[in-house]
Design a protein around this ligand. Structure first.
Ligand SMILES: Nc1ncnc2c1ncn2[C@@H]1O[C@H](COP(=O)(O)OP(=O)(O)O)[C@@H](O)[C@H]1O
Ligand SMILES: [Mg+2]
Length: 430
């Protein structure tokens, strides 16, 4: 048994990843129906929190990002200052990012098939388009540009969902830290030429980046590579990659044409909106594989990540929640609460199921009959993280609760660092 670590409204479990800027944790909270809801917590490294100017910029950016609500975007719930930490709470995507998926598949001798590649990029473009045309409450265009559209910011669910993350981060971090070799280089690789020139960007920059990602997925090579960072910047500015079909003759010609257009050096030569690019890709996909369904991507994900899916399930079973320490427990200050408005999901999150807004669940609520319930034996004074005991403790007689705005808590998880499971397999059906 392991105890979760409490931070604000969230219970942190294992670390998914860490990098030059933040650590990422898998966590959960409770919604108003006392259901566990998975979230991803990005905890910024301490020196970022101490940089006032950076925090102000991040806050401004996240106020804009708070308007983004789309099935292909991982929703941001909070930017919170709590217990000397600055954390971003966002929707947890039960899966892995595109970059690790491609890398892992390669080690297994597998490659993402062309139809899945096209599907992933098309869905990502839907998310991008939503952001590009988003407006604030008064109808003013927000002019959001992602600026870091890259394979590590495309999250793929084990169920085949595709969600973009990290809107708003690139702008705030521009010119800040990140001097470690490899970090900048990783970001430059997918930049548009105008971005590499340091010019003012519009959404067509993201279209070029989406083209670069498509190029890499189709050919297995980055469109731009160089020994040094500065040479890489020059290569991106030139925007003359080796024609994709030379690297992979199996790329259908119509698709190669779309790719060329998306990566046109001049902005006016590209698709003029992410939606236009997405439509062109879906038209290609319908002709290439009329029977394509996202389930195909789900199967690929499950095949590539089967071991991790199992490991992550076991790791989550191992956690028990510490009961929050009474009324004084610190929920922190959500720096973007004003922009999110009074009905924001975070306002319904509680660290304790018993402290959540009372919304009684019908005894026969079908949610409680899901066969994925697992047993976690409660420790004295602890609330079981999941399982029938937790469900029974939460179940109260009363009128049916309104439909939950949230999906069922996710199973499984995402890690660049494999969680260590302590329990032996028990062969239960899930
Ligand atoms: N909302 C999320 N849900 C699940 N996993 C996530 C989420 N956001 C990020 N990740 C995972 O954490 C990794 C690290 O993310 P991040 O800190 O943004 O670093 P980078 O994108 O530079 O690799 C991602 O590549 C992804 O695998
Ligand atoms: Mg990221």
């Amino acid at each position: 048994m392991r105890k979760t670590r409490r931070l604000g409204r969230y219970h942190l479990t294992y670390r998914i990843a860490f990098g030059g800027m933040a650590e990422l944790f898998r966590a959960f909270t409770f919604d108003e129906e006392e259901q566990q809801l998975s979230v991803a917590i990005k905890q910024l490294l301490p020196h970022f929190r101490e940089d006032r100017q950076f925090v102000d910029m991040l806050t401004d950016e996240f106020k804009l990002v708070s308007y983004l609500k789309h099935p292909n975007i991982a929703e941001v719930f909070e930017l919170v200052d709590v217990d000397d930490s600055l954390i971003i709470a966002m929707e947890y995507v039960d899966g892995k990012d595109l970059r690790s998926t491609v890398e892992r598949a390669r080690t297994q001798g597998l490659q993402l098939p062309i139809d899945d590649v096209v599907y992933i990029v098309a869905r990502s473009l839907e998310g991008l388009h939503h952001a590009h045309v988003a407006r604030d409450a008064r109808g003013e265009p927000l002019r959001i540009v992602h600026r870091d559209f890259s394979p590590s910011n495309v999250l793929l669910g084990y169920d085949g969902t595709v969600k973009l993350c990290d809107f708003g981060i690139a702008k705030a971090t521009h010119n800040r830290v990140q001097t470690k070799t490899g970090i900048i280089k990783g970001k430059v690789k997918y930049m548009s030429p105008e971005q590499a020139f340091g010019r003012k960007l519009d959404w067509r920059s993201d279209i070029f980046s989406a083209g670069s990602v498509l190029y890499e997925l189709l050919t297995g090579h980055s469109p731009f590579s160089a020994a040094s960072e500065i040479d890489l910047i020059f290569a991106v500015r030139d925007a003359t990659p080796t024609p994709a079909m030379e690297l992979n003759p199996d790329i259908p010609e119509p698709l190669a044409k779309l790719l060329d257009k998306s990566m046109s050096r001049s902005r006016s030569g590209r698709f003029q909106s992410a939606l236009e690019f997405r439509n062109a890709l879906l038209t290609f996909l319908r002709a290439h594989n009329p029977a394509y369904r996202r389930n195909k991507l789900a199967q690929f994900m499950k095949r590539v990540w089967s071991e991790e899916i199992e490991k992550e399930l076991r790791a989550m079973e191992d956690y028990v929640v510490d009961v929050p320490s009474g009324p004084g427990s610190n929920l922190g200050k959500n720096l973007i609460a004003g922009a999110l408005g009074p009905d924001a999901p975070f306002s319904r999150f509680s660290p304790s199921p018993s402290r959540a807004t009372p919304a009684a669940l019908a005894p026969d609520d079908p949610l409680h009959h899901a066969k994925t319930e697992i047993l976690v034996s409660p420790m004295p004074g602890a609330v079981p993280a999941r399982g029938p005991a937790a469900a029974a403790a939460r179940r109260k007689p009363g009128p049916p609760a309104p439909a939950s705005p949230f999906p069922r808590p996710n199973r499984g998880g995402l890690t660049s660092e494999a969680p260590t499971a302590r329990r032996p397999p028990d062969g239960r059906d899930r």
